[in-house]
Design a protein around this ligand. Sequence first.
Ligand SMILES: O=C(O)c1ccccc1N[C@@H]1O[C@H](COP(=O)(O)O)[C@@H](O)[C@H]1O
Length: 219
Amino acid sequence: MKRPFVKFCGFRRAEDVQLASRLPVDALGFILVPGRRRTVTREDLPDLIRYVSPAQMAIGVLQNPTWEEVKSWLKLVPFSGIQLHGEESAAFCRKLKSTFSVHVTKVIHIQEQADPMEELEVYRPWVDAILLDKEAGNIRGGTGQSFAWDSIPSWKESCRKAEIPLWIAGGINEANVVDLIKHYQPDGIDVSSGIEKNQQKDGATMRLFIERVEKACQQ
Ligand SMILES: O=C(O)c1ccccc1N[C@@H]1O[C@H](COP(=O)(O)O)[C@@H](O)[C@H]1O
């Protein structure tokens, strides 16, 4: 089975980035959304990003940013990707994609209950991956909660037709990642809470998570 793209998200400490940079992880994510537990400051970000391996993508996670904010983050550090974790329009994705050469991930919150194909048609030309996540109350992102995975197959089918990779997030951890990969074969997986212990990134948990991903793909 093809191994999914793996993104570890929510890094705030240099030692955690260094550790993850030595693991077979495809992308590391940094939360730029103001006021969240994992938010990284402008002052700290450059010192974190420099430890990301050249083989890995560094992805900045934003939520309903202004255009000025996007420009300012991309001026500060050379992100390879931007994840839009709010209600950003297709027009916004278009502006981002056509101005900067960055990978664009658009998050769709599964409670929106949109018709997959309708939603995808709008975003398709301007995004490189669609990421499904759970909306918990009015909190979006980093909740550690899963959505009902039985909605994945219809999104997968629509993404396949639209030729957009489908990534999954929300409450993924070492205990459920094998099931997710074996049953739904997503193109990518994104985890933040599930690689932490006591609200900090945890080396043993990150390694175990990756071991489980590799194991699921061998079976
Ligand atoms: O990780 C966060 O704290 C976060 C904050 C704001 C927006 C997005 C955030 N992370 C993204 O949320 C999902 C799911 O995370 P979890 O594994 O359920 O904690 C994932 O896409 C992260 O990139």
